[in-house]
Ligand binder design. Structure first.
Ligand code: T3D
Length: 260
């Protein structure tokens, strides 16, 4: 079904693997379209309750494929290229109301950094690296990095990373809050899979509404956020998983959440 990504679903967990390892999974137009399509598939399918995004080989994603970018000619501006492509990936991952884990197996650079930052939890291999990369080719940040990075690092650290083009190694990424967890490379996949399976058994609607509330609260006053929380709780209270959670607690048994 796809040529430049692999997409597999098992036990409620979808794994999207960027698959151009000889180019550190740099993004071509065709690959970008496939990633967008795979994210849409995840959003549509209620049986998918967690998404893992990772890269094949030794890289996570090296951003825009610079060879293809050089060769591209036509009426489309760079802005249009971003709007049609990377922006849809970032919004798709950020807005999908299911947990998304970034399994950061290697370098995440440029738009690849944007993809990593748009996931909800980043579990990184000890050899992973995070690089803004844009300034190295004279560009300003795109792919959501200007918005996502300062929210994680604070504006001074984000500027330092963007303006210097420096690379952040996994241990520093953990210390700075870019990564949630760092594991030895050989333990990355089983660690992420175990976490994803747990998340796929969790109240998916509740997690989706949690994402929605956190995203919305970022632009609100406290009073507005309180009101928005009240609106969202009116939705959460009607879910099957809320009823199951309360019944299981009162019945002193383990809950069985169905994601609705
Ligand atoms: O409209 C638009 O699209 C503009 C928007 C752009 C958004 C962006 O993403 S801008 C940033 C683009 N990305 C970069 O500038 C990163 C370029 N790559 C690197 O700086 C380095 O490759 C890395 C720091 C990511 C990793 O370094 P290293 O030493 O581990 O690997 P390497 O040897 O440099 O790369 C391995 C191969 O992948 C190599 O090919 P080769 O020599 O084995 O045939 C290299 O050319 C290729 N590769 C790496 N990144 C890209 C790439 N090929 C095409 N495009 C790449 N981005």
């Amino acid at each position: 079904m796809f040529e430049f990504v692999r997409f597999a679903v098992a036990d409620g967990v979808a794994t999207l693997t960027l698959d151009r390892p000889d180019r550190l999974n740099a993004l071509t137009r065709a690959m970008t379209s496939e990633i967008i399509e795979a994210i849409k598939l995840c959003a549509r399918d209620d049986a998918i309750r967690c998404l893992i995004v990772t890269g094949a080989g030794r890289g996570f994603c090296a951003g825009q494929d610079l060879e293809e970018f050089q060769a591209l000619a036509g009426p489309e501006t760079v802005g249009d290229h971003l709007r049609r492509g990377f922006n849809q990936i970032i919004l798709g991952l950020y807005n999908i109301e299911k947990p998304v884990i970034g399994q950061i197996n290697g370098v995440a650079a440029g738009a690849g950094l944007g993809i990593a930052l748009a996931t909800d939890l980043r579990i990184a291999a000890d050899k992973a690296r995070f690089a803004a990369a844009f300034i190295g080719i004279g560009l300003a940040p795109d792919s959501g990095v200007s918005w996502l990075l300062p929210r994680l690092l604070g504006s001074a650290k984000a500027f330092e990373m963007l303006a210097s083009g420096g690379v952040i190694e996994a241990p520093d990424a953990l210390r700075l809050g870019l990564a949630n967890q760092v594991t030895p490379a050989e333990e990355l996949e089983p660690t992420v899979l175990a976490l994803a399976r747990r998340l796929a058994q969790a109240p998916t609607r509740g997690i989706g509404l949690t994402k929605r509330t956190l995203h919305r609260a970022a632009g609100l006053t406290l009073a507005e956020a309180l009101d928005y929380e009240a609106q969202v709780q009116d939705i959460a209270i009607g879910t099957a998983d809320h009823h199951e959670g309360v019944a299981a607690f009162l019945g002193k048994r383990a809950p069985h959440f169905v994601g609705r």
